[in-house]
Design a protein around this ligand. Sequence first.
Ligand SMILES: *[C@@H]1O[C@H](CO)[C@@H](O)[C@H](O)[C@H]1NC(C)=O
Ligand SMILES: *[C@@H]1O[C@H](CO)[C@@H](O)[C@H](O)[C@H]1NC(C)=O
Ligand SMILES: *[C@@H]1O[C@H](CO)[C@@H](O)[C@H](O)[C@H]1NC(C)=O
Ligand SMILES: *[C@@H]1O[C@H](CO)[C@@H](O)[C@H](O)[C@H]1NC(C)=O
Ligand SMILES: [Cu+2]
Length: 165
Amino acid sequence: MAKQMGLMGLGCFIFMMVALQINGASATTYVVGDSLGWTVPPNTSFYTEWSSSKTFHIGDKVLFNWTGNHNVAEVSSLAEYENCVNPGIVIGSPVTANLLENGSRFFICTVDDHCEAGQKVIITVGSPTNTSSTASPAPSPSSASSLSFGVIFTVLSSVVAYFFA
Ligand SMILES: *[C@@H]1O[C@H](CO)[C@@H](O)[C@H](O)[C@H]1NC(C)=O
Ligand SMILES: *[C@@H]1O[C@H](CO)[C@@H](O)[C@H](O)[C@H]1NC(C)=O
Ligand SMILES: *[C@@H]1O[C@H](CO)[C@@H](O)[C@H](O)[C@H]1NC(C)=O
Ligand SMILES: *[C@@H]1O[C@H](CO)[C@@H](O)[C@H](O)[C@H]1NC(C)=O
Ligand SMILES: [Cu+2]
């Protein structure tokens, strides 16, 4: 009995380790703009370049860090983002957006003309949003997850086989 409990513990442990690997144990917090932070950028493509240099995953967070007179507002569409439409609601500071699902989130600063000057960013999780006619094709689904599921099944079958042997 003790031996069986031990085995069960081991099985659960292995299962959890593999499951963690699937979910990507390394959830990352990204500081928007890195060392520049959240401010009026040196050029209007700054945050677009910053964002496209990252690959965001479900479970990651983005942190807006600023000093001085800025804010963060989330708008609901690419059109509102492009037109710097002020939603009338700002998110309190410090602002951390939790990326809980695939898709694009649109963030702007509504102070003065900061948004028009490029203080806005699109955070896309999963397949890229069609933000231009030159939108790159979605990355093909990686074989990594199916591989990991294969590992889970192998491990589980081994544990089960051990029990019934
Ligand atoms: C925008 O500014 C950043 C930081 O100074 C620079 O690295 C980048 O090349 C600039 N992009 C353009 C299109 O000028
Ligand atoms: C936020 O910005 C300040 C400087 O403006 C910097 O000292 C601090 O480390 C930043 N915080 C994070 C979490 O990056
Ligand atoms: C999110 O998108 C990625 C890449 O497109 C995909 O592999 C994954 O299955 C998606 N997850 C969900 C929950 O839709
Ligand atoms: C992507 O955007 C371009 C230009 O905005 C548009 O012509 C095209 O139909 C869009 N493609 C998809 C798949 O939405
Ligand atoms: Cu601002």
